[in-house]
Design a protein around this ligand. Sequence first.
Ligand code: MN
Length: 346
Amino acid sequence: MTTQSQPAFRRIATEEAFSTLEQMEAMREVMNVHSGYHPDFPVWRMIVESEMEAAKVVRGRLLDIGEGRVRIMDEHGVAVHLLSLTSTGVQMLEPAKAVTVAKQCNDLLAAAVQRYPTRFAGLATVPPQAPAEAVKEVERAIGELKLNGLVINSHTDGEFLCEEKYWPILEAAEAMEAAIYLHPRAPNPLMAEAYRTDGLEHAIWGYQAETGLHALRLITGGVFDRFPKLKIVLGHMGEGIPYWLYRIDYMHALTMEARQRRELNRKPSEYFRDNFMITTSGMNDAKVLKYCIDQLSADNIMFAIDYPYQLTEDAVGFLDEADISHEDKEKIYHLNAERIFKIPGA
Ligand code: MN
């Protein structure tokens, strides 16, 4: 594989996590206050306090938005990490605390991008539980800090962004032309009970089920009739939705009256093709990629690793070796990300 000297492709990875001491400390406080089980705590305990070797490596890599990260990128021929504050962002914090930590993390992120302008780009963290402050932060992060888009980690206190109280955030994102990366977290505590017996509430199934449902609720809730230019990005090859488009359209129309659904201007699949982008994060499966190109076109798919939770070599190896055209690889590796996130070309 060509790596060190001249990579075969300019590779922009679009779902790459970092953390800060402020976020970790805030989450430690949350876990100290809530002593019982919460579906997002196992991963947070791994991140902030586990002494297992693998967890310590992840912790160190999350906190490094500098030299060490760039070295690993170079080892595998990755040009750019589009960084986002690791899930659950600030969404488990009290509203005032969430606003403060979001600002701190966005400032740190912008500083890292300034230090490495050709190697890092960034998605701003948004505190949905404080909608008015969130709007201000969207305007600051995109307008002043020049970050490249937004990240929201699925539900906030069990609510999805289709609730009208969150629409000012969507309105601001559309106005600033900032795509929202709808990143997973575990289903809310009530829903997660059904997954918990066999430990299915995290990346094995729960994240995808939660985030896919959230994305579908944005469509059926009429968000894209109200905000037709809004762009939502889904990881993990679209959180299952590309596989299900036929049935969503069919059942949406068939049961429209019986289920008293909201009237939409278009078919659900049409919004999915026009208002959504998907990424390859954590789904290094060439057969699924080929299916998604067929369903959505290569113009709607971007490369992602899910660093540091999954391995850079697996993500690069899978896409390098995928039996798809060179032209499609160029789109997926960098051209689409440059367009959607306004990342300058090389
Ligand atoms: Mn991720």
